[in-house]
Design a protein around this ligand. Structure first.
Ligand code: PMM
Length: 280
C-alpha cells in the first residue's frame, strides 16, 4: 500500500455489459494486462468483477462468473498485485480468496447470499459492505430517504451488526455508501457532502463514484442548467478525480476508479499542497 492516506482501487469488469467498460476486458490476458497497467498508473488494489450491476442486466450463472474472474485474480495475485474480488456470491469470493485475493467487495453488503457472512467470518478476509436497497427489491423503484446520509449510515450499521452476529470481526470491515445504488443524483450529491459522517462511523470507507451517471450531467458554467443528455461514461474521469479528491479530504480509506491517472494526480496535488502548508 502506498504511504498516501487514501488508496486507489482500480477497476476491471470482466463482463460483457458493465456500463462503463463492459466487454473491454473479457479476454483474461487482456484483463491481466489491464490490471498491470492500472497498478503501474498508481492503483494500490485491483478490483476484479464478473457480474454487472447495471439496471436490467441478468445475473450470470455462478460457473460463468467464476470462469470470468478466477484466471484474472489468480494471475494478478501470482504476479504480486493486491487484488479484490467484486462479487455477491460466497462461493466465488471464497475461490478468489484461495486464488490469492486479499479483499471481498460485495455490493449487496451480504444481503445477496446468506452464506457470505459465515464465509467471511471463517476466512477472516477483509470485506467491503456496500449500501444497496435494490438487490432485493424492484431495481426500477425510486427510493425515499428522510436524510440520505443518516439513513445510509443507519442501514450500514444494521449490516455491520448482522455480520458481527455471524462472527465477522469489525477489523475485517470496510463500509461503502454505494453511490448510484438505490440513489438518484440528488442523493449522490448529498452523500458526497456528508461523507465525513460516514467516515465518523469509525470503519474504513471506500467511495465508488467513478464514471457514474450523476457525474455525466454537470453545468457548463456555474448556475447553468444541467444538460439533458449525460456525457459518455469515458468522459467522466475529470469529474471522478474531483469527487475522489473530495472523498479523500473527507477521510476515505480508498476510492474505486476505472481510470487511475486523473485521480492519482488529483490526490498528489492535495498531498503536495499539504506538505508545502506544513513546511510554511
Ligand atoms: N460500483 C460498481 C461496482 N462495484 N463496488 C463498490 N464497493 N462500490 C461501488 O460504488 C461499486 C462497486 C458499479 O460500477 P462499475 O459497474 O463500473 O464497476
Amino acid at each position: 500500500m502506498s504511504p498516501r492516506h487514501t488508496s486507489i482501487m482500480g477497476v476491471i469488469n470482466v463482463t460483457p455489459d458493465s456500463f462503463s467498460d463492459g466487454g473491454r476486458w473479457l479476454d483474461p490476458d487482456v484483463a491481466v494486462a489491464r490490471g498491470r497497467e492500472l497498478a503501474a498508473a498508481g492503483a494500490d488494489l485491483i478490483d476484479v468483477g464478473g457480474e454487472s450491476t447495471r439496471p436490467g442486466s441478468t445475473r450470470p450463472p455462478e460457473a460463468e462468473e467464476r470462469d470470468r474472474v478466477l484466471p484474472v485474480v489468480s494471475a494478478l495475485a501470482q504476479q504480486g498485485y493486491a487484488v479484490s474480488v467484486d462479487t455477491m456470491r460466497a462461493t466465488v469470493a471464497q475461490a478468489a480468496l484461495e486464488a490469492g485475493a486479499v479483499l471481498v467487495n460485495d455490493v449487496s453488503g451480504g444481503l445477496g447470499d446468506p452464506e457470505m457472512g459465515e464465509m467471511v467470518a471463517q476466512t477472516g478476509a477483509r470485506y467491503v459492505v456496500m449500501h444497496w436497497r435494490g438487490l432485493l427489491s424492484d431495481p426500477a423503484a425510486t427510493h425515499h430517504y428522510d436524510d440520505v446520509v443518516e439513513d445510509v449510515c443507519a442501514e450500514l450499521g444494521e449490516r455491520v451488526e448482522a455480520l458481527v452476529g455471524q462472527g465477522v470481526r469489525e477489523e475485517q470491515l470496510v463500509l461503502d455508501p454505494g453511490f448510484g445504488f438505490s440513489k438518484d443524483a440528488s442523493h449522490n450529491w448529498a452523500l458526497l457532502a456528508g461523507l465525513d459522517r460516514v467516515v465518523a462511523l469509525g470503519l474504513p470507507v471506500l467511495v465508488g463514484t467513478s464514471r457514474k451517471r450523476f457525474l455525466g450531467r454537470l453545468p457548463v458554467r456555474p448556475g447553468a442548467q444541467l444538460p439533458d443528455e449525460p456525457s459518455p461514461a469515458d468522459r467522466r474521469d475529470a469529474a471522478t478525480a474531483a469527487t475522489s479528491l473530495l472523498a479523500a479530504q473527507a477521510g476515505a480509506w480508498a476510492v474505486r476508479v476505472h481510470e487511475v491517472a486523473p485521480t492519482r494526480d488529483a490526490l498528489a496535488v492535495w498531498e503536495l499542497t499539504q506538505g508545502a502548508a506544513r513546511a510554511r
